[in-house]
Design a protein around this ligand. Structure first.
Ligand SMILES: *[C@@H]1O[C@H](CO)[C@@H](O)[C@H](O)[C@H]1NC(C)=O
Ligand SMILES: *[C@@H]1O[C@H](CO)[C@@H](O)[C@H](O)[C@H]1NC(C)=O
Ligand SMILES: *[C@@H]1O[C@H](CO)[C@@H](O)[C@H](O)[C@H]1NC(C)=O
Ligand SMILES: *[C@@H]1O[C@H](CO)[C@@H](O)[C@H](O)[C@H]1NC(C)=O
Length: 751
């Protein structure tokens, strides 16, 4: 390296020297065709000038002396040269001097020309400077290259030492070396390469070039891995750990909360996977390629949910994404996680230059409403090809009339989150809201139940209540209610600010496991009527608390409540937590917060009772694994023929109310997948509906239905089938089904 540099310097000096000489001589050559006088005068002038520069000030005598010397020299040359016109007459010095003076005159006359020459010399100088700069640059580049080479040599060495992945023989891969060089320089040009795990190391280049593109031989240490990655033909094996999931979460800060939750629950998930495999045959399931794109955590969504998660922000969505990721992973599928628009482009291979798509044929896509918009914006028209494999996580649900874009526009139901024209079953909800959607759910954390069951005994608990409300605003105007509770119990809170009644012991915003510890010490979890339908009340029940569930009067919906505004449904809720309300006493006490007598009665009853922790199966890890597994295997929204749930589960109920209510009253649940089956006169006849006349229509949301003179209406637009609407003048023919207790998403024949 030192040697190279020395040589370089030498070369440069040489070139500089040549350059300088060239520069000086340039005017001479330029002038070689011009008048001899001018040349000599130019030379004189230049010498004089140089002299001036060198000596500071040159006296006129000295100048003259030099001129005389030159003239002498010129005379000598002239005398010694052969002149065809005979030797010039010898002139004495005075004459010569005279001629010099004449020349000087000529110089003055041609002063303009001289100036130009000076200018030209300036230009030469600038050119020379540029040239030097250029040379310096070249030298620098050369040095950098040397350094890089050395670094690369070092990393080559490290890679051989550290990872046992020696450079393979490249006999049959003539392009490999070239591609390797190209990638080593260009891997940062497309985010896509990083997506494939390229990280600047030679090993990562080789892995990419052999496994993603086929230019290089596959590294011997990678053979088993690449075999595993050969997807599509392999079977899903229930996983015994979540380790493979963490790298994709660690990559991005938005997943910090999600990663924390998944890690804290890994052991429970693994146990649940084992337990489920012991009960059901989970073999012979194809491993699916699944894209998970939580739009809500992308920076592009501006939702800031991921940032707020540690500061008392809403957690429902993050809880659900965490649990879905764990579920898919435990079930043994190939999960790919994207969290930005560039990620999506990479996944689908849109605008990635030469970098190939990661996958263009996923079997399933889980996203949310924000994410669906992003997918559409990235794929444009061709997104349609993925339409029926998309599942949209939608906390509060989307009712069919809000989903149907032209119906919504016509009936002024347009909302920012509606009008997506999906099949309503493609919306996956947090709780079993409208049966028109699919219930996905989440998991209620309870991992310490078996180990510390003693702590759950309510008589070991302190006379302590924990209040449900992380923001001080939720506590405002509830003082009388809290005062009554405080008569019986010490009140604890986990609130972001301290503007609370002075008897409240505030712990500030604490992490999930600390909340669970507080719940295990408490007897009551106190609702403040907001937030609606969160995960926390179920967590309280699972940790052995009773839940005080405030009534909402009047019932709240998107029609009268700011929180629900814009949500694509008009479902009414009559308490803070309808799902808990349905669980009922002795676990859940639904009370009017303003009726202090009622509150006190509930507290007395709670303190006088002993309850065990309660966790509905559908909110356990195993319950979620079972449900999601069946949905992945059986729910097919791509073909129009109903294949699942099996028709054996169908029970037809006729009623002048919504099918949701009608089925519920019969101890069943409305199953929209069966609507097409009922949507004809033959099937109705088999169910004792004798249609005298009939018509197909898309003018209502309650079809199939009939009026008192047996005129039947059938639905002509399948997207308008709905469980939740009713029409007083019509009797609905409702497709109901049974369900497994505490697993409402599945019928008994469904698994
Ligand atoms: C880069 O990738 C290689 C191959 O995948 C891996 O062995 C190495 O640990 C990675 N290095 C870093 C710094 O992530
Ligand atoms: C308060 O609740 C009690 C018990 O449920 C009930 O009897 C009483 O009528 C309620 N009072 C009001 C004002 O609603
Ligand atoms: C409390 O329990 C005792 C004994 O189990 C019972 O006699 C009493 O009626 C209960 N009180 C209430 C308010 O439920
Ligand atoms: C039932 O509907 C048909 C068709 O619209 C109508 O002609 C008939 O009068 C209706 N019967 C009653 C009782 O409203």
């Amino acid at each position: 390296m030192r040697k190279t540099t020395d040589t370089l310097w030498k070369t440069m000096c040489l070139i500089l020297g040549i350059c300088f000489i060239w520069c000086l001589s340039l005017p001479y050559f330029m002038m070689s065709n011009a008048d001899q006088d001018i040349i000599s005068m130019a030379t004189i002038n230049r010498l004089g000038r140089d002299g001036n520069v060198g000596e500071g000030t040159g006296s006129p005598e000295e100048k003259m002396k030099r001129i005389i010397k030159i003239v002498n020299d010129l005379l000598n040359i002239a005398e010694s040269s052969d002149n065809p016109h005979g030797p010039p007459a010898l002139k004495d010095y005075r004459e010569e001097l005279q001629s010099v003076q004449i020349h000087m005159e000529a110089e003055k006359v041609k002063g303009q020309l001289k100036d130009e020459m000076i200018k030209e010399m300036h230009l030469d100088k600038i050119q020379l400077q540029l040239y030097v700069a250029h040379m310096e640059e070249l030298l620098k580049l050369q040095l950098e290259k040397e350094e890089k080479k050395i670094q690369q040599l070092k990393s080559d060495k490290k890679f051989e030492e550290d990872t046992n992945c020696p450079l393979p023989p490249m006999d049959n891969h003539p392009e490999c070396m070239g591609k390797l060089k190209w990638l080593s320089q260009m891997w940062k040009s497309q985010p896509c390469y990083v997506g494939y795990g390229v990280n600047g190391s030679v090993c990562s280049f080789l892995i990419y070039l052999s496994e993603v593109e086929k230019w290089c031989p596959v590294l011997s240490c990678r053979v088993p891995l690449s075999k595993k990655a050969e997807a599509g033909s392999d079977y899903a094996v229930v996983r015994e750990h979540l380790t493979d999931l963490y790298p994709s979460l660690e990559k991005r800060s938005q997943f910090r909360w999600i990663e924390q939750r998944i890690r804290s629950m890994e052991r429970v998930w693994v146990e649940a996977g084992r337990s489920l495999s012991a009960k059901y045959n989970l073999k012979e399931r194809k491993a699916k390629q699944i894209l998970v794109h939580p739009g809500v955590v992308t920076a592009e969504s501006n939702a800031r949910i991921a940032e707020a998660a540690f500061n008392g922000g809403p957690l429902g969505e993050l809880v659900q994404w965490s649990d879905l990721l764990s579920t898919l992973h435990i079930l043994g599928h190939h999960v790919y996680l994207t969290a930005s628009l560039p990620d999506l482009r990479h996944y689908f291979g849109v605008d990635t230059g030469g970098c190939p798509p990661l996958h263009s044929n996923p079997d399933l896509i889980y996203t949310d409403i924000i994410g669906l918009r992003q997918i559409k914006s990235v794929l444009k028209g061709p997104w349609f090809k993925y339409r029926c494999i998309i599942r949209v996580l939608d906390t509060f649900g989307t009712e069919p009339d809000f989903n149907h874009i032209s119906w919504a526009n016509k009936h002024k139901l347009a909302s920012p989150f509606g009008g997506l024209n999906m099949i309503p079953l493609q919306f996956y909800t947090m709780f079993p809201h409208t049966p028109d959607n699919t219930f996905l759910g989440f998991v209620v954390q309870n991992q310490l139940m078996s180990e510390q069951s003693e702590l759950f005994k309510s008589n070991k608990r302190q006379n302590q209540a924990l209040v449900y409300g992380k923001r001080a605003e939720f506590w405002e105007g509830k003082t009388a209610y809290l005062d009554v509770i405080h008569k019986y119990l010490e009140i604890h809170g986990t609130v972001n600010r301290n503007a609370l009644p002075n008897y409240v012991k505030n712990h500030g915003i604490v992490k999930g496991t600390d909340v669970q510890a507080l719940l295990r010490q408490s007897k009551v979890f106190v609702g403040l009527s907001f937030p609606y339908e969160g995960p926390a009340p179920l967590e309280a029940l699972a940790n052995g608390c009773a839940f005080l569930n405030p009534k909402l009067n009047p019932p709240q919906s998107s029609l009268n409540t700011k929180f629900f505004k814009g949500k694509p449904n008009i479902r009414e809720i009559i308490s803070q937590h309808p799902y808990a309300e349905a669980i009922g006493e002795p676990y859940v006490w639904t009370v009017d917060m303003k009726n202090l007598t009622e509150v006190e009665r509930a507290l007395n009853a709670i303190l006088n009772q002993t309850i065990e922790p309660y966790l509905p199966y559908e909110f356990s890890c195993e319950g979620m694994l079972q449900r999601v597994n069946v949905l992945i295997e059986k729910q097919d929204l791509c073909s129009s023929a109903v294949s699942w749930p099996p028709l054996s589960a169908l029970q037809v109920v006729k009623a002048q109310m919504s099918c949701k209510t009608a089925c519920q009253k019969a101890g069943l649940i409305c199953e929209p997948a069966f609507f097409p089956h009922l949507n004809n006169a033959n099937t109705l006849a088999k169910n004792n509906v004798d249609c005298q006349t009939s018509e197909f229509s898309a003018s209502g949301l309650v079809f199939p239905a009939y009026n008192s003179t047996q005129h039947c209406w059938f639905q002509s637009d399948p997207l308008l089938f709905s469980c939740v609407r009713s029409d007083e003048s019509l009797t609905r023919v409702c497709p109901c089904r049974d369900f497994i207790k505490d697993q409402i998403a599945l019928c008994k024949d469904c698994i």
